[in-house]
Ligand binder design. Structure first.
Ligand code: F6P
Length: 331
């Protein structure tokens, strides 16, 4: 058993619904083991600037249902500067912090790995990002909610697209991953899905998108036509893609960028449960002596995965759904 007296937690990178539920689980689990909990504000920035609060039960009451993060989140360029990781380690040591939990994505975990070069305490990651692009866990905290948020919006666009018999391109977040777009696109019954995993898209190879669009229009079987597009899939973005498709096909295509709406909102049940499980598991595993690991879930079971491997490769999107989508999307 590791003798942890004081634990710290921070949320880093793009916020995700369920981060609060995870902070709550960490505080409650640690308190039950008589461990003090510090919350650093604004991601790694609060660690470098010593901006923190002692987290007590009253701070985590009534937050399981809240989106965002009570600790705030941010990216932290200062941690990437020379001397940044060493400074972070010094602060952790000065504040007598035995272990630090980072709730975030693989970029945040890279920051944790850099700190580990200078820090003698334990470090643990918990995957929190709507992108679901972290290797070593089936789902990240926030992904399930983001799918539902995107679906709610796409279903509404479907109504107006149907009424006006229009084609819409709907851009979803995901940085360089098509996970969210594939999941939401499948669940929305999108006619086509475009994501980086399907290969590069450029103004010169729009034909394979246009042929099925024209086919659908000729058949007139569909009153609406939706294409879900993962961000960063096309030079100039989805609005440029809609313009280029309109010019090349003669069919009016409208673009709709969903943007940060996908990061907000009350976490769905699945995210609250995942966040609670992984937060509690992270504390338990730290007490068992684990370090430089991510607390994730594979096939329903909580498990550890080396922190340094979480961003090694692009997490593969479901090959079955990819194959099916490509079959029906290219009729
Ligand atoms: O990583 C989460 C995410 O929402 C990505 O999907 C998106 O590319 C990025 O963050 C946007 O970052 P920012 O809020 O800093 O613009």
């Amino acid at each position: 058993m590791s003798r942890i007296k004081r634990l710290a937690v921070l949320t880093s990178g793009g916020d995700a619904p369920g981060m609060n539920a995870c902070i709550r689980a960490i505080q409650l689990t640690a308190s039950a083991c008589n461990i003090e909990v510090i919350g650093f504000m604004h991601g790694f920035n609060g660690l470098l600037e010593q901006e923190y609060l002692m987290l007590h039960e009253q701070h985590v009451n009534n937050i399981i249902q809240r989106g965002g993060t009570i600790l705030k989140s941010a990216r932290c360029p200062a941690l990437e500067q020379a001397g940044g990781p060493a400074k972070a380690a010094t602060v952790l040591q000065q504040l007598n912090i035995d272990a630090l939990i980072i709730i975030g994505g693989d970029g945040s975990f890279r920051g944790a790995m850099a700190i580990s070069q200078h820090y003698h305490g334990q470090l643990m990651g918990v995957p929190g990002t709507i992108d679901n692009d972290v290797d070593g866990t089936d789902n990240t905290i926030g992904f399930a909610t983001a799918i539902d948020t995107a679906l709610d919006a796409i279903d509404k666009i479907r109504d107006t697209a149907d009424a006006f018999e229009r084609m819409f391109l709907i851009e979803l977040m995901g940085r360089h991953s098509g996970y969210l777009s594939l999941a939401a696109g499948i669940a929305a019954g999108a006619e086509q899905i475009i994501c980086p995993e399907f290969g590069p898209l450029s103004p010169d190879n729009l034909k394979h998108l246009i042929i099925p669009m024209q086919h659908a229009q000729l058949l007139s079987a569909k009153a609406s036509y939706l294409i879900v597009v993962a961000e960063n899939s096309y030079p100039g973005g989805t609005t440029a893609l809609a313009d280029d498709l309109t010019k090349a096909s003669g069919i009016e295509c409208r673009a709709c960028i969903l943007g940060h709406i996908q990061r907000g909102g009350s976490p769905v049940g699945a995210d609250r449960i995942l966040a609670t499980k992984l937060g509690a598991y992270a504390v338990e595993q730290l007490l068992q002596g684990a370090s430089l690991m991510m607390a994730g879930e594979i096939n329903g079971q909580a498990g550890l995965y080396p922190l340094k491997k979480t961003g090694d490769r692009t997490k593969a999107i479901d090959p079955f759904l990819v194959r099916w989508q490509q079959q029906i999307g290219s009729f």
